[in-house]
Design a protein. Structure first.
Length: 445
């Protein structure tokens, strides 16, 4: 039910939320040790330790004298992506880097578990816009301003219920992402074993039966190697130009003046749309359907296309889902499709996410300020191609994994949309919990 009773507003400072600034120095890097959290580790409201910098125990003690993050603290970005935040989970011992601050609640007015949601609501972003300092290079927030952010604060009992509901939705998203990481790891490990390390070929060469496969699959691998322009490759496998096995197309470079300002028309993607292995189209621009289906008709994407960013941050990829369509390419993104029967989706996707291809992206890309990779580079790439029968066998094993992965990404998108729709209405008091309980149950199944 909706409520006409307005909840009170308060500054963060008056509500007992304290800001703690970081140490404005950077400790030396260490191979092992404690995680040193920087802006790239803040993803989707959580801390990701993938690729995190590590610091020694000595430097950890030094860098946490002033600020030692604790459970339910919220890390806030102060400069570049200002206002973005992430929750500090229980049990994580870390230090935080420059341009980050901590918000910590005393718990009397704002429940610590609720703070993460409070700094994601519309009031928060209103205040970020109000206090932001626009710089020549980066926008920023001043430490002295953030405690003065004025927000709507629900009663503490409502905070507990809101947190429980939104946490359940967020936990469901986390679980689905973890499941997808496992599915991708399985497909990737099999690809590396078969087509990079050639484990079955080595086994047969040594007179052993390849591990983890039936006789029919083992028979698809040769029992030796031969020289090629790419070095030793399994006997009988082809060295092919990438263009002979992957169909590709670069986006057309649609200009600002061609965009339509309405919510009608056909969306098109750019590199910002490729996020965390999926496409985020909430802010995608559009052109008229007439243009999209006319002179740009051959830039339409299809389900199971793989799109790769080829400018700026190179090599980010995503699978086009049915729910994304209709959708078009634009500049700095290249679309790939397997040319069947020489190639199939699973091999295509794994190769485009392989260390070999990502190395080629980085090493071949041109540009002194921003690296760019394009068709002229793709035409120089050659790869080792197994037999069509082996490609088909890999596809038959991995296709169910990718179908589940894509289905999970759709579930993630639906649950995230529900969470992000409910959050501002719950925090503002426009919507009360009884009427959303059934939606939560459906979302977390």
């Amino acid at each position: 039910m909706s409520s006409d009773i307005a909840w009170p507003r308060s500054t963060l400072k008056a509500a007992g939320v304290r800001l703690i600034d970081c140490d404005h120095q950077t400790p030396p890097d260490a191979k092992d040790g404690y995680p040193y959290i920087a802006i790239p580790q803040l993803k989707n409201g959580h801390i990701s330790l993938e690729g995190v910098r590590r610091i020694s125990a000595e430097h950890y003690l030094q860098w946490t004298k002033k600020l030692k993050p604790q459970a339910h603290d919220v890390i806030v970005v102060r400069r570049c992506n200002s206002g973005e935040s992430a929750l500090v989970p229980p049990g994580l011992e870390c230090a935080i880097g420059q341009n980050l601050v901590i918000l910590r609640s005393e718990g009397e007015v704002v429940q610590p578990q609720f703070l993460r949601w409070l700094v994601n609501g519309p009031d928060w972003w209103e205040q970020v816009s109000k206090f932001i300092n626009v710089g020549a290079v980066f926008d920023s927030l001043r430490c002295r301003d953030i405690p003065n952010f004025e927000l709507t604060i629900p009663p503490i009992n409502q905070q507990r219920e809101i947190s429980a509901l939104l946490d359940a939705l967020d936990d469901r998203i986390t679980l689905l992402r973890e499941t997808n990481a496992t599915l991708e790891a399985i497909a990737q490990a099999l690809f590396k074993s078969w087509f990079v390390d050639f484990d079955p070929v080595h086994a047969k060469l040594e007179g052993r039966a390849p591990e983890g496969m039936d006789e029919a699959t083992a028979a698809l691998f040769p029992d030796g190697f031969e020289e090629s322009e790419l070095g030793l490759v399994p006997r009988g496998w082809r060295v092919e130009p990438l263009t002979e096995v992957f169909d590709f197309k670069e986006g057309p470079g649609i200009r600002n003046w061609q965009y339509t300002n309405s919510d009608q028309g056909t969306k098109f993607i750019n590199i910002r749309c490729i996020q965390d292995g999926d496409l985020s189209l909430a802010t995608a621009s559009r052109i008229t359907d007439e243009e999209a289906n006319g002179k740009y008709a051959h830039f339409h994407l299809q389900e199971w296309d793989v799109v790769v960013s080829t400018s700026g941050t190179l090599g980010r990829s995503a699978i086009v889902r049915h729910q994304h369509l209709p959708l078009m390419l634009n500049t700095s993104v290249i679309r790939f499709r397997p040319i069947r029967p020489k190639m199939d989706f699973g091999y295509c996707y794994q190769y485009l996410n392989s260390a070999e291809f990502l190395y080629k992206l980085e090493s071949m890309a041109s540009g002194s300020v921003q690296k760019n990779f394009g068709p002229m580079h793709i035409k120089q790439i050659y790869l080792v191609c197994p037999s069509e029968r082996l490609i088909a066998r890999y596809e038959s094993i991995t296709r169910p994994l990718f179908e589940k992965l894509v289905a999970n990404r759709e579930r993630i998108a639906n649950v995230a949309t529900l969470r992000d729709t409910l959050l501002p209405r719950l925090i503002s008091g426009q919507l009360r919990l009884p009427e959303v309980e059934s939606l939560k149950e459906k979302a977390i199944l």
